[in-house]
Design a protein around this ligand. Structure first.
Ligand code: SF4
Length: 336
């Protein structure tokens, strides 16, 4: 049930992703010398037209390396901000700047300032699903692939403020055994739907199926926590990055795989291994913010050059340091 604080604005509509649209998008992108990057949770038409599809950090790295003049980031706003933080000299556009993230929105910069004031000597660790301003107030960012390593790298005598995802925080607390870790009570409200009973029900109904969990999504951090609790048999659970999920799909001998992540990922998996029956643990786990990047929004973006993503240079500088520290610790994976 979406949190009422997170109402979803109506997306730009009225454009079909037909052959004429494909041709026009390609023509406009070439004329602008723009590269189109699409997150894995985008609708299939956007994934298919993009120059690159992937996770947020993988896309940000591609953005930093491209020689295109413009980066069209088809994903949610904090991801486009991360691309801008890592490539401040490039023009970054998002087809609809209202595409937010309920997890990133669960803590504001003011919330974090107030929290830090209560623990002035604490080290702040933030999951990448945060705004640029929050990253700018963070000591070390983390992905769920390296969250445990990041916290282990911190002096055991210092308090840690971990935000914003409470499931990932609980997982890190259990793994590190630290009792001086304070966890912000945030979550992905959209996907709070993947819960223990649903996972148990699905794994019982499909006893031969493997279970792929992508740990970087707000919806999957609860699955990660539950798998650690032993609710799902360990030998059938694979915690995988998106790239790892595609490799595992190609190698899998299973006829059926349950996938605990946003349903957009199924498009890539079915293309990689058409003989496997991939099923979503929760069919409703579709991020409506991601789905705001419609064919109409992308056309508007390339026609009007909107919406441009701005991050104040001082905020970007501080945020970049926290992201670079993250990349240096353990295996950060590639973000949500
Ligand atoms: S799925 Fe949840 S965590 Fe991921 S972008 Fe959407 S709202 Fe944010």
């Amino acid at each position: 049930m979406p949190d009422p604080r997170h109402s979803i604005p109506p997306a730009y509509g009225g454009v079909e992703p037909d052959a004429a649209w494909v041709e026009e998008i390609k023509r406009l992108a070439e004329a602008r010398n723009a590269t189109i990057l699409a997150h894995n949770y985008q609708i299939p038409a956007i994934q298919d037209i993009a120059d690159h599809t992937g996770d947020s950090l993988a896309l940000s790295r591609i953005a930093a390396e491209t020689d295109a003049d413009e980066i069209i980031f088809c994903g949610v706003h904090f991801m486009a901000e991360t691309a801008k933080i890592l490539s401040p000299e490039k023009r970054v556009l998002i087809p609809d700047e209202r595409a937010g993230c309920s997890l990133a929105d669960s803590i504001t910069a003011d919330d974090l300032r107030a929290w830090k004031a209560d623990y002035p000597d604490a080290v702040v660790v933030s999951y990448v699903n945060t705004t640029a301003e929050v990253k700018g107030l963070t000591d070390i960012c983390c992905t769920s692939s390296n969250a445990v390593d990041v916290v282990r790298s911190i002096d055991p005598d210092r308090d840690v403020l971990f935000l914003p995802d409470q499931f990932l925080g609980a997982h890190v607390k259990r793994e590190t055994g630290r009792d001086n870790i304070h966890i912000w009570a945030g979550e992905c409200h959209v996907h709070a739907g993947i819960n223990g009973s649903e996972l148990t029900e699905q794994t019982e109904a499909h006893p031969e199926a493997e279970l792929f969990i992508h740990p970087e999504c707000g919806c999957a951090t609860s699955a990660l926590y539950l798998a650690g609790e032993g609710i799902v048999p360990e030998d059938r659970v694979k915690i995988l990055s998106t790239g790892g999920m595609i490799d595992a799909a190609r190698q899998s001998k299973s006829g059926q795989v349950l996938v605990a992540t946003e349903v957009g990922m199924l498009h890539q998996l079915r293309q990689a291994a058409p003989e496997i029956d991939f099923r979503a643990v929760n069919e409703k786990a579709a991020c409506p913010y991601m789905k705001m990047i419609t064919p109409a929004a992308l056309l508007r973006c390339l026609t009007e050059g909107r919406d441009e993503v701005f991050v104040a240079p001082d905020v970007a500088e501080r945020a970049r340091r926290s992201v670079e520290r993250m990349i240096a610790i353990g295996n950060p994976g590639s973000g949500e």
